[in-house]
Write a protein that binds this ligand. Sequence first.
Ligand code: MN3
Length: 176
Amino acid sequence: MTLHHSKHHAAYVANLNAAEEKLGKALKDGDVSTAVALGPAIRFNGGGHINHSIFWQNLTSETTKPSSLLATAIVENFGSLDALKKELAAVSVAVQGSGWGWLGYSPKTKRLVVTSQPNQDPLQASTGLVPLLGIDVWEHAYYLQYKNARASYVEAIFDIINWNDVSSRYEAVKPC
Ligand code: MN3
């Protein structure tokens, strides 16, 4: 996790800063072609920064549990917390190649949704879902400790989920 934070996340930030600088110059120069060409780099590195910023806050060494509001929503949408974990684990493990498993909130349907995104595609900008809990299933997230056993990594990560953070994110967007 230290390497993941200090090297991988740091690289997304450094590359995003570089792309932002080029974008600023291109826009100032009226160079629309260069500005448009920077789109993929901004999506990838900006997404990497957004996703990892959520990921670190989603994790804790302390024992936490969903707030009563989130717990109620989980039961309404999935039947139980165990059922949510099972669905989120299955979707995360099934990501082809690199990507993220997500628990999100849909402002449109007012429901909790489990889904996944490829690469570093950021959930909200890509789908409109508000990200509550993200599981990084890039190999860099687990290969050092778990080798190729993505499922074991995903199973273990549920032991360190910061449900206080997930609950805060839910309560910030849920309808009153
Ligand atoms: Mn990562």
